[in-house]
Design a protein around this ligand. Sequence first.
Ligand SMILES: C[S@@+](CC[C@H](N)C(=O)[O-])C[C@H]1O[C@@H](n2cnc3c(N)ncnc32)[C@H](O)[C@@H]1O
Ligand code: FES
Length: 458
Amino acid sequence: MGPFRFHILVCTQQKPEGVTSCMANGAGTVFDSMEREVQALGLSGEVQVTSSGCLGLCGEGPMVVVYPDGVWYRRVQRSDVAEIVASHLRDGRPVDRLAWKDAAAIRAMSVEHGERFRSARAERERTGVLPERLDQMIRAYMPSRCLLTALELDIFTAVGEGASAGQVGALIKADARAVEMLLNALVALGLLLKEGGVYRNTAESARFFAEGSQDSQRRGLLHSANIWHRWSTMTEAIRRGTRVPMARADSPEWTVNFIAAMQRNAKDRAPLVVKALGRGGVRRILDLGGGSGAYSIAFAKADAEVRCEILDVPEVVPLTERYVSDAGVASQVSLRAGDMLRDDFGTGYDLIMLNAICHMFSAEQNQDIFRRARKALAPNGRLVVQDFILNADKTGPQQAALFSLNMLVGTNVGASYSEPEYTEWMKGAGFGEVLRINLPGPSDLLVGDTGPESTQAR
Ligand SMILES: C[S@@+](CC[C@H](N)C(=O)[O-])C[C@H]1O[C@@H](n2cnc3c(N)ncnc32)[C@H](O)[C@@H]1O
Ligand code: FES
């Protein structure tokens, strides 16, 4: 017997629009329900649910295969899942009405599909058609732009509990014909529903994109809409070697959205960072460019003895103040308006944090910050860099390589840097050990230790 009593394959192959596939027939919800139902019946330890690529039976999908029994279910709908899980996986009785028992027909259809697929691929290669993967990469801006415009126009809030295109247009003060085109595209993208001329939010859109919902991320996501404008200047930025000035950047609204985006990224990561760094020996923290204050807030909440100072630019400090006081830790977290490139840091800190900071600055600026941080730390103090960290040849991870361009289009001198660069800068600033701590998600920690020697004596 294998490690699991049953192994379930649910075909979730995506195919181009208009081509028959399990996903087009609802395999996504079948897969979700299968996982939920298996868990609900307490079978997670015995049943492994896996999404599979095309099984060559697309016209009969969604396909679900149960091993080791070798039962092939076809045209499975979400409403069938509870029965398959209870009857087959729990009670050992396959669901006859859904099982496709004609093994010869299954084999013939699958083999024929494989031959057709291979000859179509050979034909595409022969005629020089752009591969689907490249074509999708080229057109990826279309869905992205629709969603960002919908967020900018606050479409999901306007749709509310249900509205016609005319009502949405009137609410957001936009052209009704154009609004209808956008709403229809959002339906096509699975972000809205439409029935009899009335548009409604999907559960996800209502939760994450509409204002007023507890989990609304619209403000933070509007930062991506701002960044989108910057990315459209990339060709020119590459020629110049730096960002192209833009009137809309750095407005008060831009700053509010930017800090909301920082908070969105940081609030779930902050407790992980506190855990990874540990609270032992940490009493005084300097949080350079603290933004929404998420990391100081997490340290303060974890330990009532900890005191944090956040240094950020004057436009941001009032926003930070609100996040800190909403978190109820104002007595432990103080704020300083200034410029980390020029201001004196002070002395005696146990921890200095540079969360998502170094990518804004040049190599020389970072080295200067590291040297001044070294002097500001107490014996056994630590400097923490959290960032997208490139590998030595700077070609990956992909998010770090792409983020480097985000800095090209958005800053004067910023970039993503590699682990060897950060390590060299920390060592050059006088840090002894440099430790890498990997975190879930795209950014990791590099921690430089001062060791027991007193900094004041240096
Ligand atoms: C990418 S955000 C990171 C915010 C926060 N550390 C986090 O990880 O959520 C960069 C922060 O650095 C601040 N900042 C940028 N330049 C600065 C400077 N010269 N001095 C102080 N703060 C600065 C920005 O205002 C912003 O809050
Ligand atoms: S897409 Fe599912 S079998 Fe082909």
